[in-house]
Design a protein around this ligand. Sequence first.
Ligand code: AMP
Ligand code: GLY
Length: 428
Amino acid sequence: MKVLVVGGGGREHAIAMALSRNSDVELYAVMAQANPGIARLCKGFLVEKETLVTAVSRFARANAVDYAIIGPEAPLEAGVVDVLEEAGIPCVGPTRAAARLETDKAFCREMMERHGIAGCPRYRVFYRAEDAIMFLEEYPGDLAIKPVGLTGGKGVRIMGEHLDRKGAADYIRGLGSGVVLEERLIGEEFTLQAFTDGSHLVPMPLVQDHKRAYEGDEGPNTGGMGSYSLPDHTLPFVTEEDRQKAQNIMQSAVSAMDAAGTPYRGILYGQFMNTREGPMVIEFNARFGDPEAMNVLSLLETDLLRIMERIVEGNLPALPVRFSRKATVCKYIVPEGYPDSPVPDQPVTLGAYEPAILYYANVRESGGVLYTGSSRTMAFVGVGDTLEEAERIAESAASGVTGRVRHRRDIGTSALLQRRVAHMRELR
Ligand code: AMP
Ligand code: GLY
C-alpha cells in the first residue's frame, strides 16, 4: 500500500514512523524542507510548500498513492484534501470546509453555540477593531483575545497573563483581522486527540503539552516545548467524569459537522481547560498535535494503516485500537532564542540517545551534519513503565545534544505535575 504523508515536522516523522511499522507500507512525503528522519523512511519525497495543493496532488498521482494523511493545518486550509479526493485519493484529514473547526475560530464557537455543545466559553466575535475595543473596555473581567484565522499557535493573548486592558486594546488595534473575545478560563489544560470516521470517535490517551518557552511555564507561547502522558492514559488532575465529558463534547462536534453537511474525517484534537466546573473547549484542531502526536503514536499498537482504512470507509468501530499502557515524555530541542529571536543554521550534534525515540523536526542535514532552522529542531520521546522512567530517558537524550540549542528540563518531572494537581485541588 502506498501512503503519502503531507508535512515535514516532528509530528509527521511520528506519523511516518508509525506507518512504517507495517512492512507492506510504501511511504511518500511532501514537505517544505527535507526532514532527514522522514526522508530515510520514504520511497520518494517532494520538497515543496505543503500548501501548493496542485503540486501535492500531482506528486500523489504520479506515484499512484493509495491513501494520504495530512499532518499540519495549513494544507488542510488550502484544500489539499478536497483536491486529493477529487483525484480519487482518499485522505485522513478533513476537507477545507470541515477544517474550519480549526482554521476559523469564529466558525468553531458559532457551531458550538448553534448545536448547544457543552464546554463553550462565553464569547463574542468582532470584525471591527473599534467594536472589539469598546466591548473590552466595558467587560468586567479578563478576556482571551484570539485572531479569527490561523496564527501558528502564537496569536492568542490572555489578559491578566500577557496583557493588561490597555495592552489588549493595542493588540486588537494592531491585528487588522476579525477577533474572538472570550472569557478567560482558569484551570489546567489537557489534550484529547481522537480518530474519527465522520460519525464515530476513537479516543487516544490524554496528553499535557507545555506551551511556554521556559521552565516553570514562564516566557512567551511556543508551538509546544514538550508533553507527557501516563500509563493509565489519563492525567492526575482529570477525573474519569471530566475525560468522558471531553470525549462527549468531541463526539457532539463530529455529529454537528455531519448534520451540517460538512462531515469531519481524520484526527480531531481537543484542547481543553479543566475548570472548577469541568472541561471547557479552548480550541479544536483539525489534525494531530505537535508534540502530542509523538506521545500517542509512540504508544500505538494497532497498525496505523488499518486505522486509516477504517476512517476512510466510515467503519472505525470494526477495529479495536490499542495503545500500550506506558508513560511517555516528549522534549523538544529548540534553537537558542526560540520563539522570539531564534539563531538558525547552527550545527547540532546528537549524543547517545537510545532508548529514547528521536523525531526530527525543523532540521537540515548537509554533508552528514545537522543544522538548526528557526523553528523547533527535534524531539526525544522516552517511553517507560512510569513517568519518572520516561522522563529520565527523554532528559538524558535531550541533554546529550550539543550546539546552540536548549530544551525544558522540567517537562514530565513530578515537581511540575504536583503543581498542577495542587492547582486543580485548590480550584475544586
Ligand atoms: P490556542 O492558540 O487557541 O491554543 O491558545 C493558546 C493558549 O492560550 C492556550 O493553550 C491557552 O493556554 C490559552 N487560552 C486560549 N483560550 C483561553 C481562554 N478562553 N482562557 C484562558 N486561556 C486561554
Ligand atoms: N501542541 C499544540 C498544537 O499542536 O496545536
